[in-house]
Design a protein around this ligand. Sequence first.
Ligand SMILES: Nc1nc2c(ncn2[C@@H]2O[C@H](COP(=O)(O)OP(=O)(O)OP(=O)(O)O)[C@@H](O)[C@H]2O)c(=O)[nH]1
Ligand SMILES: [Mg+2]
Length: 254
Amino acid sequence: MRSGRKEAGASAMSGPRCPGVEAPGADLLSSVWSTSSAETSLSLGSVRTRIFKIIVIGDSNVGKTCLTFRFCGGLFPERTEATIGVDFRERTVELEGERIKLQLWDTAGQERFRKSMVSHYYRNAHAVVFVYDVTSRPSFLSLPSWLAECERHLSSSDAPRVLVGNKCDLKDKVEVPTSLAQKFADAHGMAHFETSAKEQEGTGDHAEAIFLTLAHRLRSQRTMAMPRLLAAQDTAINLADDKQGADNGSYCYC
Ligand SMILES: Nc1nc2c(ncn2[C@@H]2O[C@H](COP(=O)(O)OP(=O)(O)OP(=O)(O)O)[C@@H](O)[C@H]2O)c(=O)[nH]1
Ligand SMILES: [Mg+2]
């Protein structure tokens, strides 16, 4: 894993900001770094807000920053730089009368920009979003090592985990068949989505759908995990094996 994207000059914990969305300040940073393992609740007047920490993981250049940026109210960023450390984005949604604050941790894909941060990423995370690039086989082949890292660091074994294939707007360049990714997701008890952070407004707000689905799952306190079909060591991917996965539905928002 860890593709060799060129280093960017961005400072740590900085990245594209979403218009109209406040970057979390010191309060948020201190609260997310010290939050308890149960979801945090904030009382804003009479309205209760449940807070969930969602970490977004995957190789460099797969589009983690673009996906989180889109969900948090921004357009597709014209230009991004490699994330250094982590960028925080958040958005509050109302689901069935309840306020849910999703704190997205947009993590660095490059090893050198993340190695000192890994335990902080996973600490008290409520859900994990694994992102690969549908036009990059290496980013898909890296998934077992991302899963292994998650197994090592995530304390909650039933935290929902979802698999997202990004850049499906690049239809002519697809290197990872949907059916193969679906099979991998099935085997690891994950819901699978394919999407594009770049898709234009009006053709469907894909990142929106993925994170809102996750918010519903978190809110209902149920896991999306299906029974594990493979032992932990059975994480090798056979790209030649392109049979349709059967158990979980695939959600394609292209
Ligand atoms: N065509 C297309 N390009 C995308 C999409 N999402 C991201 N990109 C491009 O992919 C490149 C990398 O996007 P980022 O969001 O910065 O990738 P990242 O996963 O955050 O990378 P790191 O921060 O290094 O881990 C940028 O040039 C984006 O413009 C997409 O859905 N479609
Ligand atoms: Mg990034």
